[in-house]
Design a protein around this ligand. Structure first.
Ligand SMILES: Cc1ncc(COP(=O)(O)O)c(C=O)c1O
Length: 576
């Protein structure tokens, strides 16, 4: 009855509006009177009915499974269709354009401005996925995707994520889901052994352990917080007259200008000064002399050097800081040494790349992203620690002291992972790692990593054999190259590649003065023919470039476009 009145009142409101348009001052009350409603009733009728929807339906009538969002029979049917959709998508991904051809804001024009009141058929949703969402996707697993660093996935990992979503646990403590915690400890120990990382990162070691976070940025931030508290504690022991914030204001951390830009963001998050050590021309990694000099300079000014982020595979050229040179300095100065191996770390599954990690035994923490080269879907970042107790101090556990937490972890082998990270809630990410390790085996992973390097070698060979190009660097699957010409010409080439859209890669700029170059890296979907295709596209666009005679203003316009592109890339991807 109430609902009927509501509908009639709504109709009356429309009448009244029309009435007003026709010159009536009091159309609504006339209409209400016509409906036999007094003003109290009309006030009630004017209140929105919380159970009614805009189309006049009621929530009580709505056909929806409020337990699971759709009924199980439908889930089984559309779920199987979704598996087929995913399989078709990945199997035929090469048939789609690698880069979307859409303008910013394209989706707003295609979708309604508000969420639907009534449930819609899932088939309709999927129609929109194909017609509206997919045209706006950059396909990161496309054979013509050569940008950033890859974010490889795999069917086992996708299935692991699906199961993790179904379980839906938020495993912040052991009892919140014992298997989630225990599997995480086990897969981390498996990775330490499989990558031949120092045994002090094992959960069974005296002080060490490992945890899975979402991203390298988050892992590094966690270590910086731990290092900050360790350094302040040390300082206050030696300078009891000083205070916490006095020590805080003296802290300084280090990276090179090649270290990923996450380090700058993290330093600003925690309010600490960072020194980006600028490397001399032609060098992309730090040396001991420069590092010692910076530390001595800062100490002389009363500062407290407390953290350095060494790179194991920089983003711009996949170069390696000589950890065996800076490690002993960190040890003697008690500076936390963190190694960012976000991309290159996975290559340690292959024994032939392990010489690159000389000096890792000095590291307080080591981090790599299984979501890059290990076929584990985004997001997944593994952090290995020499002394877990430092984390508990850094994250300021209220209830128990770090020592107690450490004792429980070491005695029972059971961490309460909420004390190892910034967020409280955490996904069951170990499941997808476990699925990948078991389904691909270490041999499968090594085969994939070696294939990746072979593809880069092939690209570098093609580039190197062509007198028009020069290969600047080739390291673990990343090739940097340029046309033997000015920066402006290289920038033009990059813009042509972007506009052409058949392949996707990035440009970068390093050095002092900066040199502009292009980066090439493959996904696991790329085969030799795809690498040849990429080379042919670059070659033909270079020929097109050469055939154009540009006026000075055109060159200037292109240069501006290049600078904008670079700035946008840095904003969006932090490349370089
Ligand atoms: C070397 C390196 N370190 C850190 C990062 C940041 O990774 P994340 O997105 O996991 O924070 C990247 C990103 O690609 C990277 O290449």
């Amino acid at each position: 009855m109430y609902s009927k009145m509501k509908k009639e009142a709504a109709a009356a409101a429309v009448v009244s509006q029309n009435g007003s348009l026709n010159g009536s001052q009091n159309g609504l009350s006339h209409s209400m009177a016509a409906l036999g409603l007094d003003s109290a009733e009309s006030a009630k009728a004017a209140l929105p009915d919380p159970t009614a929807d805009e189309n006049g339906g009621e929530e009580n009538d709505v056909k929806v499974d409020i337990k699971r969002g759709m009924d199980t029979a439908t889930f089984r049917r559309v779920g199987k269709q979704m598996v087929d959709y995913v399989a078709d998508y990945l199997e035929n991904i090469g048939d789609r354009p690698v880069l979307p051809n859409v303008q910013p804001g394209y989706l707003r024009d295609l979708l309604p401005g508000a969420a639907p009141e009534r449930p819609e058929d899932f088939e309709k949703v999927m129609e929109d996925v194909e017609s509206k969402i997919m045209p706006g996707i950059t396909h990161w697993n496309h054979p013509n995707f050569h940008a950033y660093y890859p974010s490889l996935n795999s069917y086992p990992s996708i299935l692991g994520d699906l199961l993790s979503s179904a379980i839906g646990c938020v495993g912040f403590s052991w009892i919140a889901s014992p298997a989630a915690t225990e599997l995480e400890v086990i897969v981390c120990d498996w990775m330490v052994k499989a990558m031949d990382l120092p045994s002090h990162f094992l959960s069974t070691s005296e002080t060490g352990g490992a945890v899975i976070h979402g991203t390298a940025t988050e892992s590094t931030l966690t270590c910086m917080l731990a290092a900050r508290e360790r350094a302040i504690k040390d300082w206050l022991k030696e300078h009891p007259e000083s205070g916490y914030f006095d020590a805080f204001s003296r802290l300084v951390c280090y990276s090179t200008d090649q270290t990923h830009s996450m380090i700058v963001r993290n330093a600003s998050f925690i309010g600490i000064e960072i020194r980006r050590l600028h490397l001399p021309e032609g060098r992309t990694s730090l040396n001991r002399k420069e590092f010692v000099q910076a530390v001595e300079e800062d100490k002389a000014k009363g500062r407290i050097p407390f953290f350095v982020c060494g790179s194991f595979g920089t983003t711009s050229s996949c170069d390696f800081d000589p950890v065996e040179e800076i490690g002993p300095v960190c040890m003697s100065e008690r500076i936390w040494l963190h190694i960012d191996a976000a991309y290159a770390g996975a290559f340690l599954f292959c024994p032939e790349y392990r010489p690159l990690m000389r000096g890792i035994e000095y590291a307080d923490s080591f981090n790599f992203n299984p979501h890059k080269m290990m076929h584990v879907n985004f997001d997944c970042s593994a952090l290995f620690l020499r002394c877990v107790e430092d984390l508990f101090d850094g994250l300021k556990e209220d209830l128990l002291s770090g020592l107690k937490l450490m004792k429980i972890f070491k005695e029972q082998g059971i961490p309460d992972y909420r004390h190892w990270e910034i967020p409280l809630g955490r996904r069951f990410r170990a499941l997808k790692i476990w699925f990948v390790l078991r389904s691909m085996g270490l041999q499968g992973l090594r085969k994939s990593l070696r294939h990746h390097v072979q593809m880069a070698d092939h690209f570098a060979e093609r580039m190197g054999a062509d007198p028009e190009f020069e290969v600047l660097t080739k390291s673990l699957g990343l090739v940097t190259f340029r046309v033997k010409d000015t920066d402006a010409v290289n920038a033009l080439l990059y813009n042509l590649i972007c506009d052409d859209g058949r392949i996707h890669l990035n440009a970068a700029e390093t050095g002092n003065p900066p040199t502009y170059y292009l980066r090439f890296v493959c996904t696991s979907h790329a085969e030799q023919k795809d690498v040849d295709f990429a080379f042919d596209v670059i070659k033909s666009l270079t020929a097109r470039l050469r055939s154009r005679r540009l006026s000075l203003s055109e060159v200037q316009a292109e240069r501006e476009k290049m600078l904008n592109n670079l700035a946008q890339q840095r904003r969006i991807t932090s490349t370089g």
